[in-house]
Design a protein around this ligand. Structure first.
Ligand SMILES: Cc1cc2nc3c(=O)[nH]c(=O)nc-3n(C[C@H](O)[C@H](O)[C@H](O)COP(=O)(O)OP(=O)(O)OC[C@H]3O[C@@H](n4cnc5c(N)ncnc54)[C@H](O)[C@@H]3O)c2cc1C
Length: 415
């Protein structure tokens, strides 16, 4: 059995893995990523949040990302029938980045992977982690490549960034049922029939309310393609006869706003369906390991927060791993698990109140005081650790309070 030694072994080269790798490499540690696929590879999760931009800059990714000319994202637009509300990130309450990007993830993840390779990180593509042994002082990770060659990688620390691969959650029995009900999704991409259409609308993620328990996303890219997906009640989203494409197009044709938004566009990707994307987890760390990004917990895509949590967890985990490997005491419970869970819990409150209707009634209500709108915008921009914002520090109570104050009043502006 071939054996290799590194300081840190990372499983998976998505944004959680590459963010962790970049920061660890900067601190002088030897880092290897084992990635089962070959990049560029398709993955869903294309609308980013401004909160991630400082981390991308700090890790040294910005020059390479800026060169790609991704679609600048300036805010989030919510529409229900004739009603709409736009949350402009430049107007947010928390200090920090006020814009981000909408990215085809195959390209975005590939840029991050190329950059960490330049920083000295060894990425072994086409190689899958099959087993992990935490018994020895330094864990041993077993991998297999596409030629069937088995290898062992020994490291001082293992970071699981395997997303839905959920390597350590499965291996160490850390999976827990999600707090969210089982929901489904069906999504695809469209491209313009007659060249790229420029316009301010391209800089917004648009969320359409389709039914009480189903919503639709529209995420335009800079090359003219638009990512479109339905999320919600799996019974509505499951095609009755297994023909996902016909079902997807039929659902779109039933929504007036959606029909307008895909005018002049043709389908350029076969629709994909996933049922049950939410994942729960018992703990985010243990002796010599940490879980980052989707390998830990994932709730729901409605507020585009998945990559933000992946990047935040990777950045925080990398700093703590560096400290630990330098012989310093690390409080993983407080500085990692509680930190991540506090942000995830704020987002969970927003997600739950979106699905139970409270947040929709707040979004589409008249005359929200400007400060309230800025505070909500901050959360939608990913600033879920700014405890000076009451929509963060007392999210549930604050949402309820304003829903009560504005109940019955619905915006009259036309979409
Ligand atoms: C319908 C839907 C829509 C979404 N929309 C958005 C959105 O608009 N914005 C947003 O921010 N998020 C969105 N998300 C969430 C987003 O997809 C994820 O949160 C994000 O991709 C997580 O990044 P990651 O680095 O943790 O994992 P990933 O990006 O999934 O990367 C994990 C990597 O690990 C590799 N891997 C897995 N198993 C193994 C193994 N055994 N050995 C080696 N390698 C392995 C995989 O090949 C993969 O490359 C959406 C999710 C869903 C379900």
């Amino acid at each position: 059995m071939i054996k290799e030694f590194v300081d840190v072994l990372i499983i998976g080269a998505g944004p959680a893995g590459t963010m962790t790798a970049a920061k660890l490499a900067k601190s002088g540690l030897t880092v290897k990523i084992v990635e089962r696929s070959h990049f560029p590879r398709y993955v869903i999760g294309e609308s980013l949040l401004p909160q991630s931009m400082a981390h991308l800059e700090d890790a040294g990714f910005m020059p390479a990302l800026l060169e790609r000319g991704y679609q600048k994202k300036i805010g989030a637009n919510f529409k229900q029938g004739p009603f709409q509300e736009f949350f402009d990130f430049s107007n947010n309450y928390t200090e920090g980045w006020t814009w981000t990007w909408q990215v085809p993830r195959d390209d975005f993840d590939n840029v991050l992977a190329l950059e960490v390779q330049k920083m000295g990180v060894n990425i072994e593509f086409g190689t899958t982690v099959t087993n992990v042994n935490f018994e020895p002082e330094h864990p041993i990770v077993q991998v297999v490549d596409e030629a069937g060659t088995h290898k062992e990688v020994q490291s001082k620390f293992v970071v699981d960034s395997s997303g839905y691969g959920r390597v350590l959650a499965n291996h160490l029995d850390l999976n827990e049922p999600s707090s969210s009900p089982v929901r489904g999704t069906i999504f695809a991409q469209f491209k313009p029939e007659n060249g790229v259409v420029e316009g301010e609308e391209n800089g917004k993620v648009t969320i359409l309310v389709h039914a009480e328990d189903v919503w639709i996303w529209f995420i335009p890219f800079s090359d003219g393609r638009v990512s479109v997906g339905f999320v919600g009640n799996p019974e509505v989203l499951k095609s009755p006869d297994g023909d996902d494409e016909t079902h997807f197009l039929t659902l779109l044709s039933q929504n007036e706003n959606a029909s307008q938004m895909i005018e002049g566009l043709t389908l350029c990707m076969a629709p994909k369906a996933i049922h049950g994307y939410s994942k729960g987890i018992k703990q985010l760390y243990g002796k010599n390991y940490v879980l980052t990004g989707n390998a830990s917990e994932f709730i729901d895509p409605v507020f585009s927060a998945g990559v933000m949590f992946a990047i935040e967890s990777g950045a925080v985990a990398a700093d703590l791993v560096t400290k630990e490997l330098n012989g310093e005491q690390v409080d993983w419970e407080q500085d990692y698990q509680q930190h991540m869970l506090s942000g995830i819990d704020v987002m969970r409150t927003y997600i739950d109140s979106w699905y139970d209707g409270r947040l929709k009634s707040l979004f589409f209500s008249v005359d929200k005081p400007e400060k309230i709108k800025r505070q909500i915008t901050s959360v939608l921009a990913g600033y879920v650790w700014d405890r000076s914002n009451p929509f963060v520090s007392r999210s549930e109570r604050t949402i309820d309070l304003f829903v009560e104050l504005t109940s019955g009043e619905t915006e009259t502006s036309s979409a």
